[in-house]
Ligand binder design. Structure first.
Ligand code: ZN
Length: 238
């Protein structure tokens, strides 16, 4: 079996098949590890323990790594850190229950098909992950950056129907959601527009609150009523 996907310094000590589950015991063979606080290398081992993160399935078999982890003493007298656990920031974050590459794949799946859909899809692929975990991974993803839109669409949406509403802001030229505001208040929209100067056209519904928020936050922007709400008004009138 090819285990070249493991970090270079890691050695596979043992592979154990537990039913459909595959357990790989691995250990970093580096003799020195850097203190995460002062970066001084240390070879003085204080203790050992085992971490058990999930990794990508092999074939359709779920994989758990048993990572034999060493705790080192930091011998730098100027460092306030007495002992530290070895770390692999590109591979396994401190306290993480899954490898970085597994977290990355699962969060991308959740991004495409959501929590429940991702849970069912991953089951087929041999990974057992709950829908709640997928949503948690999704929330940890960094928000995409955006440039201030020239033409901004402003409308409300509901967090809970008839109970809690927010405001959705859309770049109408790129057809992308650029931000979600937690409410429909005038001050919130005003603040957003003041923090993102450069909006030239604001398309909105015909409520007075958004009109006042747009006027005070971007007084030079042209306000227009969007087609959806105009047709809605015509339909109601007819
Ligand atoms: Zn140190």
């Amino acid at each position: 079996m090819d285990f070249s996907f493991l970090p270079d310094s890691w050695q596979l000590l043992e592979s154990v098949q537990d039913g459909e589950h595959l357990i790989l015991r691995v250990q970093d063979q580096s003799s020195h590890r850097p203190c995460p606080h002062c970066q001084h290398l240390s070879a003085h081992i204080h203790s050992h323990y085992v971490r058990r993160p999930q990794d990508l399935a092999l074939g359709q078999r779920p994989v758990t790594l048993f990572v034999h982890t060493r705790r080192f003493r930091c011998l730098n007298p100027a460092c306030g850190c007495v002992t530290f656990a070895e770390r692999w920031p590109d591979w396994l974050e401190p306290h993480a229950q899954r490898t970085c590459r597994l977290a990355q794949r699962q969060s991308q799946i959740a991004l495409q098909v959501g929590g429940e859909g991702g849970h069912r899809l991953l089951q087929i692929l041999g990974e057992v992950t709950s829908a709640d975990t997928l949503l948690r991974l999704l929330r940890r993803l960094p928000l995409p950056s955006f440039t201030t839109p020239r033409v901004l669409g402003v409308d409300d949406f509901c967090f809970r129907r008839r109970k809690t509403y927010g405001t959705i802001l859309i770049d109408l030229e790129r057809h992308r959601v650029v931000d979600l505001l937690p409410d429909r208040e005038i001050a919130t929209l005003t603040q957003w527009l003041q923090n993102h100067p450069g909006v030239e056209v604001i398309s909105r519904d015909r409520s007075g609150d958004y009109a006042r928020g747009a006027a005070s936050g971007a007084p030079d922007a042209q306000q227009i009523a969007d087609r959806f709400h105009l047709f809605g008004n015509i339909r109601e009138a007819v």
